[in-house]
Design a protein around this ligand. Structure first.
Ligand SMILES: NC(=O)c1ccc[n+]([C@@H]2O[C@H](COP(=O)([O-])OP(=O)(O)OC[C@H]3O[C@@H](n4cnc5c(N)ncnc54)[C@H](O)[C@@H]3O)[C@@H](O)[C@H]2O)c1
Length: 305
């Protein structure tokens, strides 16, 4: 299949592009390198540096390659930044997505695989783990813009017959995640531990997340690519881990007895987040396979190499 991977120079997109290419699909990556790196682009993959909001460029790519599938992973994904500048977040995430969809429809796009969020979209959870039916009450503009994209995708499905796979990701971690961002606690801790620096945990470290290894996510995307209908699914493990436990796993992988220090809590941070993978298991036959300790060890080693 001919697939446009937006955000393919980033963490998740680069793993997907690599695997899609390995499966024999024809891939083009579109990425503006705002948080991604050209060095992440897999070998022999066509890379175009540019913005998803650039109408002329996006039209030229669709005209030239006639993509059947859009694997849409480019986004402004900094939650704090979205709070400081909701307009920028909406421009990148909503208008950028609309430009891709609108142009894609003109050039025969058949299917969209969309990277949504299983954390920010639900807001403060009232049931654990959250299923896809959990109320969506995002508390940050980033979650609002992802939810808006989901609604637009539904519009294109209902009104124009576009097949859409909405994937609500848990906290994804693994090699190549950017350790210099505000998010990506596994990458941040791994880099610090690999260079022998002390880790600072925000707040009491009891805030929980659902951590999923990127390799499992890639498998879910492959299953989604084969799925012939439209779908909204959580992609997570259903398991909750707090930051102190996460640190302990990574410290063990690093072979260090260095203790973390505790800093101020981040305002607006959700206390607990965990999503159910049950529907993905039932409908796609997918389930996460990499245990947390194993995934964290692999990730730590990639940062220490
Ligand atoms: N990492 C996670 O835990 C997680 C969880 C939920 C959802 N997601 C979603 O998955 C996707 C990928 O996240 P990631 O962790 O790989 O982040 P990332 O920052 O590594 O990747 C995003 C990529 O998109 C590119 N990009 C950003 N804005 C762009 C634009 N306007 N035009 C072109 N390229 C642009 C960046 O340069 C980067 O390479 C995002 O949509 C994110 O919201 C990630």
């Amino acid at each position: 299949m001919r697939i446009l991977v937006t955000g393919g120079a980033g963490f998740i997109g680069s793993h997907l592009a690599e695997r899609f290419t390995g499966e024999g699909h024809g891939i083009v990556i579109l990425d503006n390198l705002s948080t991604g790196f050209e060095s992440n682009v897999p070998e022999n993959v066509n890379f175009v540096k540019g913005d998803i909001g650039d109408k002329e460029l996006v039209a030229r790519l669709f005209r030239e390659y006639h993509f059947e599938v859009l694997s849409h992973h480019a986004a402004q994904m900094n939650v704090r930044h979205s709070v400081e500048d909701p307009s920028f977040d909406a421009k990148e995430n909503i208008l950028g997505t609309l430009n891709l969809l609108q142009t894609g429809m003109e050039y025969g796009l058949k299917k969209v695989m969309f990277a949504s969020t299983g954390g920010a979209i639900y807001g403060e959870q009232t049931a654990f783990p959250a299923t896809e039916e959990h109320p969506t009450n995002p508390i940050a503009p980033y979650g609002v813009s992802k939810l808006a994209c989901e609604k637009y995708l539904n519009y294109y499905t209902v009104e124009h017959g576009l097949k859409t796979i909405v994937m609500r990701y848990a906290n994804v971690y693994g090699p190549r995640q950017n350790p210099y961002g505000e998010a990506g606690v596994v990458a941040i801790f791994s880099r610090l531990l690999a260079s022998g620096e002390q880790v600072t945990i925000n707040g009491d470290g009891k805030q929980t997340r659902d951590y999923m290894f990127v390799g499992d996510l890639v498998e879910a995307n492959l299953a989604g690519l084969d799925y012939t209908d439209s779908l909204t699914i959580n992609l997570g493990t259903g398991l909750e881990t707090d930051v102190v436990q996460l640190y302990q796993y990574l410290a063990e992988a690093a072979g260090t007895s260095l203790e973390p220090q505790f800093g101020a809590a981040k305002p607006g941070e959700q206390r607990r987040s965990v999503i159910s993978p049950e529907k993905a298991r039932r409908v796609l036959g997918w389930q996460p396979r990499i245990e947390l300790a194993e995934g964290l060890e692999k990730t730590y080693k990639s940062f220490a190499a």
